[in-house]
Design a protein around this ligand. Structure first.
Ligand code: FAD
Length: 355
């Protein structure tokens, strides 16, 4: 591939402007690197409301994101804890307000992602919107990328494309699936019929599967069911499971699911990892490197922490030390192993739901 003379030069090219891509781009730019992020709005997958548990608060401090969370209720509102009946139908409460480090957050992804992008832009990152990679080659120590809009040259590239892992797979990495899973759910706008129970994650199980309800600070309620792909042979699986998990919302669910089938959003929820999350002059971060079962509430923390670790490994590589890449790969693989062990333990309590 020969790039045109007009090819844009940068130090690091990143594919994907989710939490992982925006965060690593911002850090590298603050350290003086010239960073370009390639992102395609069309490739974005639907996001339900998400929870950042109290254990993530030190990470938010390290990334100086706490003020963003506190300043705008559209981005995040406090989460008071989790109620679940995961084990033997006993109700279990985990009250976050008792955490000494502070409460957790319910995150609204559209606003959160946009704010991370604004902060990265403010810190000097260039975004190529409506762009995706068409081909990429490594010539004499430099990556040459052709996108549908522009050609780019960079000595280091980062895959932050989420579960698609589009760049890593292009470079030969293999995706290993822990459990093949799908989530299906509906988002119900704020209404006077629904009591405002903002900020508590409620996890439920029934004989047909598990799911959760979560309301954000604007009063919008998400009802979500999670299933292994094996169970999805039944056409109305999600409709039936949502009704069995949330009988208290039967009227609302029936009217939405019957009148507008498109209101049911289905997304990939598999746990997965790449056989290697690094290679010669590249690495993967966030879901592109390793994705988790939603029961772990671990994805966003991993996106932000791997973005931070990945930025350090990239900086070391560009300074002439490739060993940081190996340490990064080891750390991500260890996180994955630990999470898979925890997941097996949790589903072991619910043998009929073990993927
Ligand atoms: C049902 C469900 C519930 C979840 N709940 C939680 C929770 O409560 N707490 C939590 O912490 N995590 C949760 N997660 C996980 C969380 O959503 C992910 O871990 C997080 O989005 C990962 O961020 P990311 O930046 O790696 O990827 P993403 O947010 O997926 O961003 C990827 C970016 O890459 C871009 N892109 C993709 N392909 C291309 C391409 N070919 N070219 C250019 N750009 C491209 C997309 O446009 C997007 O901007 C949940 C996941 C699911 C499925």
């Amino acid at each position: 591939m020969h790039l045109p003379a007009s090819a844009v030069l940068c130090d690091v090219a990143i594919v994907g402007a989710g939490p992982a891509g925006c965060t690593t781009a911002r850090l590298l730019s603050l350290w003086g690197f010239n960073v370009i992020v390639i992102d395609s709005e069309k490739k974005k997958t639907y996001k339900f409301h998400e929870v950042l548990p109290p254990s993530s608060l030190p990470l938010l401090d390290a990334l100086e994101l706490q003020s963003l969370f506190k300043s705008d209720p559209r981005v995040a509102t406090p989460c008071s804890g989790v109620t679940s009946n995961w084990y033997q139908n006993e109700t279990y409460y985990d009250d976050y307000f008792a955490s000494p480090g502070g409460s957790a957050w319910v995150v609204e992804r559209i606003f959160f992602d946009q704010q991370l992008k604004n902060i990265a832009t403010y810190n000097g990152v260039t975004f190529l919107n409506d762009s995706f990679i068409q081909d990429i080659v490594f010539v004499d120590g430099v990556w040459e990328l052709n996108t549908n809009n522009k050609s780019i040259q960079a000595p280091f590239v980062i895959d932050a494309s989420g579960r698609a892992s589009v760049l890593s797979r292009n470079l030969g990495a293999k995706k290993l699936i822990g459990a093949s899973m799908v989530a299906g759910g509906v988002s119900i706008p704020r209404s006077s019929d629904i009591e405002m129970r903002s900020g508590r994650l409620s996890i439920k199980t029934s004989s047909s599967g598990w799911g959760y309800s979560l309301m954000n600070g604007l009063g919008e309620l998400n009802l979500v069911a999670v299933s292994t792909s094996k169970r999805l042979t039944k056409k109305d699986y999600f409709n039936e499971t949502l009704l069995s998990l949330f009988p208290e919302y039967e009227d609302t669910l029936l009217s939405r699911l019957k009148h507008d089938q498109s209101s049911l959003k289905r997304v990939d929820a598999s746990s997965s990892i790449l056989d290697s999350v690094v290679g010669d002059a590249w690495l993967a971060i966030g879901d592109a490197a390793t994705a988790f079962d939603p029961i772990t509430s671990q994805g966003l923390v991993n996106a932000l922490s791997s973005a931070m670790m990945g930025a350090h490994a990239c900086r070391e590589f560009l300074a002439g030390n490739p060993l940081g890449l190996l340490a990064y790969n080891k750390a991500i693989q260890a996180t994955w192993q630990r999470s898979e062990k925890g997941r097996a333990y949790l589903y072991g309590m619910q043998t009929e739901q073990l993927p």
